[in-house]
Ligand binder design. Structure first.
Ligand code: SF4
Length: 81
C-alpha cells in the first residue's frame, strides 16, 4: 500500500460526489469494484465475519478509495491500464 496513492484515492472518492458516472476514474472504479465484489478472498472473509467487507483482505485498503487510486490489486485481478 502506497500512502500517497491511497490519499489520492480518498480525494477521488470525495470528488465522486461531484462527477458524473461517465468520468474515466468513476468508470474504472466501477469496473474494479465489480471484480472485488466477486473476489474469493473478500467473500471468504465476509462469510467468516458474517458482515459486508469494504477493505481488501490482502492489503487492508478501503476498496472504494483504492479503486480510485493508482494502486493495483495485490493479486493482479484488476485489468492493466
Ligand atoms: S483488490 Fe484484488 S485482492 Fe483485494 S478485494 Fe479486490 S480483487 Fe480481491
Amino acid at each position: 500500500m502506497n500512502p500517497i496513492q491511497i490519499t489520492k484515492g480518498f480525494f477521488h472518492l470525495a470528488m465522486s460526489n461531484f462527477r458524473d458516472e461517465g468520468h474515466p476514474i468513476e468508470l474504472e472504479a466501477v469496473s474494479r469494484l465489480k471484480i472485488c465484489e466477486k473476489c474469493d478472498h473478500r467473500l471468504m472473509l465476509e462469510k467468516e465475519l458474517n458482515k459486508k467487507i469494504m477493505d481488501c483482505p490482502l492489503c487492508g485498503c478501503f476498496l472504494p478509495a483504492k479503486a480510485r487510486s493508482g494502486e493495483f490489486c495485490p493479486i493482479g485481478k484488476w485489468p492493466e491500464k
